[in-house]
Design a binder for this molecule. Sequence first.
Ligand code: ADP
Length: 344
Amino acid sequence: MRVAVINSGSSSLKYKLFDMDTRSVLASEFREHIGEGGAKYATHKEALESINIDFSTIDAVGHRVVHGGEVFSDSVIIDTTVEQEIERLISLAPLHNPANLEGIRIVREKLGSTSQVAVFDTAFHATLPSAAYMYALPYEVYEKHKVRRYGFHGTSHSYVMKEACKVLSKEIKDTNLITLHLGNGASVCAIEGGVSVDTSMGFTPLEGLVMGSRSGDLDPAILLYLQRELQLSVDAVDTMLNKESGLLGICGENDVRRIIQRDDRKAHLAIDMMIRRIQKYIGSYMAILGRVDAVVFTGGIGENSEYIRRRVLDSALFASLKVLVIKTDEELEIAQQVIQRLKV
Ligand code: ADP
C-alpha cells in the first residue's frame, strides 16, 4: 500500500511517499519559506503543485494537523464534518490549521474520494489528567473558551515512545518515560504506561522550554507590562514571544550547532538557560511519574548534540536514569496511523 504524507507547517511543506509493505520511502520533498517576502512559493497550493506527484499511484494520504482541540483524541478519516471541525479550530491554531486544511483540500481535488486521514499533533495528549491540563484561571475560561493545555509534538512523542519500548524490550503499558523532543520547537512529555500524563507545551506551542525563537515559560504579568508600560500592541508582543525570543532573543541566533561553537557571554547564557529549563522539567516529571524507565532524546538537537545531552544530564538526581537517543520520524508515524485507521 502506498501512503503519501503531507506535513504543512506555517511556512513549510514536507511530502513523503511510503511503500508501507516494505516501509520504504519512495519520494521525499521539502519546501520552505512559503509566503515569506520574495519567496519562490506564495502559497501552500503553489508549493504542493511544484512537487511532481503521480496521484494515480497513491492509495491513501495522511495529513499532519496541528490542532485537534478537545474533539479529536485520535487520528480520523477526513470527511466534511471533520474538515469543518478543523476549520472551527483555526482560532486555536491560526498559523497552522489553515495550511493543513489547504493541503487536505488540494489533495481532495486531485484524488477525489481516496481516503485522507488527519493525524493531530495534540491527540497523543488527550489523556492528560485535568490537574495537568487546567490552568488556574476562573473555571468558565475553560468551560466557555476551551482555554486549557493541549500539548503538541504528539506524533513525535508517541513514535519515540514505541521505539524506546522496543529498545528496552518492555511492554508499552508497563513503561514510564520522559521524552525530550529538542528541535527548533521543543517539548517534554511525561509518559506513564503508554499515555501522556503531562507535557510542557500548553494552550499553544509557546509554553515550556526555551526554544529556538520562542520564550517558553514566563511570568504572564510580563505580557501586561509590555503592553501597558511599553505600549506594545498585542501583535508586537505575539511576534516578540514567538519569533524574537528564546535562544535567538538572548544571543542573536537559534542554530544550536553555531551557538555552542561560540565563546561569548550571551551564547553561554542562552545555552545555560535552555539546559536549566530542560532540567527543571525532567526533575518535575520524575516527581510526577515516580519511576522512570528511561529518558529519551529526540529532535535535531536531542539526536545530534552529545554536548547538550551531557549538560542536561549533569545532575546528581539524574545519575541513575537510563538514557536513549532515538531519531524521530513523524512522517512514518503518520503513515502508520493511516494504515491503522483504514483497517478499523
Ligand atoms: P524543527 O523543530 O524545525 O523540525 P529540528 O528538529 O530539525 O527542528 O532541529 C533543529 C535544531 O537542531 C537546530 O537548532 C540545529 O542547530 C540543531 N542541530 C542539528 N544538528 C545538530 C548538532 N549536530 N549539534 C547541535 N545541534 C544540532
